[in-house]
Design a protein around this ligand. Sequence first.
Ligand SMILES: [Ca+2]
Ligand SMILES: [Ca+2]
Length: 222
Amino acid sequence: MFKGKVFLFSLLIVLATSVYAGEVDDCLSSAGTSCELLDATLEFSICPAGDFEFISGGCGGNADYIWVEVLNGGGIGIEGIPWTDFWLNACDPAQELCLCASPIAADSLTNANGRTTISGRMAGGGCILSGGMYIAVQGKPLWAEETPGVCIDLICLDIIVTSPDFTGDCLVSLADYNPFLGTYNLAIGAPLFNKCFDFTNDDAVSLSDFAFLAEHYNHTCF
Ligand SMILES: [Ca+2]
Ligand SMILES: [Ca+2]
């Protein structure tokens, strides 16, 4: 009888511990980009087919990344969170992206400290030039802790995203090509210049940007 009680008590501790260890705390967890160290903005282009550029070249280097540190309510890192449990979208709901089923994948499972990086491609459409992007882990957007125990602001990462799917319906079509023509051959400073179509990040919309759009024409994730 005594042994049975000890076993039951141990089992309860194991169950309680495993649930606690796996629960993402959206306030204690945090995220950022490697570009912040250079005081630069992370810029990359996405396509619904997930075949546009890698995040890794996003601020001039070739090893740029988004980092995430996932902690539980006790401030302990959660290890082993799957590659596909991360989500990235606009902080401003009016700029929400069209995202495909698995928009981004982390480079590895979270390590013993709950950390991982994201430097691959992203599948989706739309355009975000300002306002930043937040990251969600297992469906939970991460919040900044302004004062101890008080989380009131989304962590908005300084990220710019463009896509040949300008309209953000997860299809690259004529509806995206027509507004592209309106800004073609224009550079930054011109009244009708639209940075959303500058896929090459050189502050001009030119033939090289058209080539990107043409290459991804008709791409979708449906
Ligand atoms: Ca579109
Ligand atoms: Ca360009």
